[in-house]
Design a protein around this ligand. Structure first.
Ligand SMILES: [Zn+2]
Length: 363
């Protein structure tokens, strides 16, 4: 009798510990915003968050990965009869950068929790839609969980090579494979056999092309280095919108730093880190998506890709401030039609002061 009751007690305690220790040990299938969830857990979360918030969230599969996993895109925003301007946010293009998908999940949570109470989030979702692709490179992400924690590329097979995968952020059709990329399939920065040879890249590019008249901003989340980058990376040439992009990036970085003091560097990819062709931000910008930014989240190399789960919450909190800052600028730019006399680059300083007033109001 005692033996039986002891077994039941252990099982109860174990479940209780799993649920309390949100950064500690818990069953893989239990979703947590402060843990690095597996793809299966993220997919169940996507399905459940969409079905429990039908007035603000819808989902669609934009295609399958090389290994057949569904690339599920969430659309956040208050329903309206017409097509709203939108922001496209993606995470997990590089498999081992686990903080990135964690941020996309955090963004969705924050959007749903603060819509109706936070004025910035409410006006964002009233006036625009935000497309969130929580993981682009799902096959690589899964492989980094099961087999090789440091995997970066996709998992596609190329005939004639024993090496698998290409670098999806060298596979977009933007100066493709000219600089900072390799044509060797065994390289970590293999550009692929052709532009968009990676099916995951093609699905994202097809979706953005199809919706390019509505998509006003493209945000892509990587780690690590604490950078906020914008075009160009395939060339040292400055983007036509350089001064506005720089001004918004500096405001967004300042907003991020205001929370925990985390320092970011802003600038064009080529001069800030290195020349690299085939990146998604350059491609989106050349397609006509003006506000195109690449985030490189924490840290600066101490933990690198292996950022401890205890840093998920502060990293996501500070990154939210930068993303909301950029979004506020995009919302404003949509209200400023062709007759608008305000220089948007100058205006971003006004948004900065408005933004910090708001942050202070919230304590
Ligand atoms: Zn990356």
């Amino acid at each position: 009798m005692q033996h039986i009751s002891l077994r039941i007690l252990i099982e109860d305690v174990q479940v209780a510990i799993n649920r309390q220790a949100d950064n500690g040990i818990s069953p893989k299938e239990l979703h947590s915003y402060t843990k690095y969830n597996t793809w299966d857990t993220i997919l169940s979360w996507i399905n459940s968050i969409a079905s429990s918030n039908p007035s603000l969230v819808s989902k669609q599969v934009i295609g399958n990965t090389f290994e057949g996993r569904p690339m599920t895109l969430l659309k956040l925003g208050k329903s309206s009869g017409t097509t709203k301007p939108s922001i496209f946010l993606d995470c997990g293009i590089h498999a081992r950068e686990w903080i990135s998908p964690a941020f996309c999940q955090w963004f969705v949570k924050e959007a749903l929790e603060t819509y109706g109470s936070d004025s910035q989030m409410t006006s964002l979702l009233d006036q625009m839609d935000v497309y969130v692709l929580p993981v682009i490179n799902i096959d690589g992400y899964e492989y980094s969980h099961t087999t090789n924690r440091m995997w970066r590329k996709t998992r596609s097979k190329l005939s004639g090579s024993s090496c698998l995968g290409a670098d999806p952020n060298r596979n977009f059709d933007a100066g493709w494979c000219t600089v900072g990329a390799s044509s060797n399939p065994c390289s970590e920065t293999f550009c692929g056999s052709t532009p968009e040879s990676e099916i995951e890249v093609k699905h994202v590019a097809d979706f953005i092309r199809k919706n390019k008249s509505s998509i006003k901003a493209y945000l892509t989340i990587h780690s690590y280095s604490q950078l906020l980058l914008f075009p160009y990376s395939y060339s040292y040439n400055l983007a036509a919108d350089h001064s506005e992009l720089m001004s918004v990036a500096q405001g967004a970085s300042a907003a991020l730093t205001s929370l925990y003091g985390t320092r970011y560097t802003s600038g064009p990819g080529a001069s800030t880190i290195y020349l690299a062709a085939g990146g998604s931000d350059d491609w989106a910008y050349d397609l006509g998506v003006k506000y195109s930014y690449t985030f490189e989240l924490r840290d600066t190399g101490y933990h690198g890709f292996l950022l401890p789960e205890s840093q998920i919450k502060p990293t996501c909190e500070e990154t939210m401030l930068a993303v909301k800052y950029i979004a506020a600028h995009v919302v404003f730019s949509q209200q400023c039609f062709s007759g608008c006399l305000i220089d948007l680059a100058q205006y971003s300083h006004l948004i900065t002061s408005y933004f910090f007033d708001t942050v202070q109001d919230k304590g």
